[in-house]
Design a protein. Structure first.
Length: 164
């Protein structure tokens, strides 16, 4: 079960405290969707797409279509359409960090990481499924992460970690 507080923590850097407080039902619905996922029955891509739509619709409604949000540091920014796919991927990490580290979930993550270009899936492969990866595969995951995504998305978990 995904904790509601984890959903809020994940969204706080994107939406700020004020907007999160105004959307308790949205937080609960995101939590419900993530917690309801069952491997083999549900599709990761559909889940991510549904989270993207949920967040886009809620932010549009709460900002009266201005998409202006006040971030935790007090700055105001206008969210872009592509931000919602990133937010959905960040939420997907909450699911991936709870996946059992077995072959079934490994294959599910590998497939999804390629099809969806999901940094959260790459993160799970790199951190949680590390024992299943060869040194070359870990180096590739690291290279793809550093070369394809902005540092603010991976610095906290990848940092200067070097595969040896």
């Amino acid at each position: 079960m995904i904790e509601l507080e984890r959903v809020s923590e994940t969204l706080r850097p994107w939406l700020g405290d004020e907007l999160i407080r105004r959307m308790p039902r949205v937080m609960t619905e995101a939590q419900r969707r993530l917690s309801a996922f069952t491997a083999g029955r549900d599709d990761l891509g559909q889940l991510a797409y549904s989270l993207e739509g949920l967040m886009y619709t809620a932010v549009r409604r709460e900002t009266e279509a201005s998409f202006l949000v006040t971030l935790p540091d007090g700055s105001r920014v206008r969210m872009e359409t592509e931000d919602f796919a990133v937010i959905a991927d960040e939420l997907m990490w909450l699911l991936f960090e709870q996946f059992p580290t077995d072959a079934r979930h490994l294959m599910l993550l590998r497939d999804y990481s390629v099809k969806a270009s999901s940094l959260s899936a790459i993160r799970a492969l790199y951190l949680r499924f590390r024992e299943y990866e060869t040194i070359d595969e870990l180096k590739t995951l690291r290279r793809v992460t550093r070369g394809s995504y902005p540092a603010y998305r991976w610095q906290s978990w990848l940092g200067n970690d070097f595969v040896v």
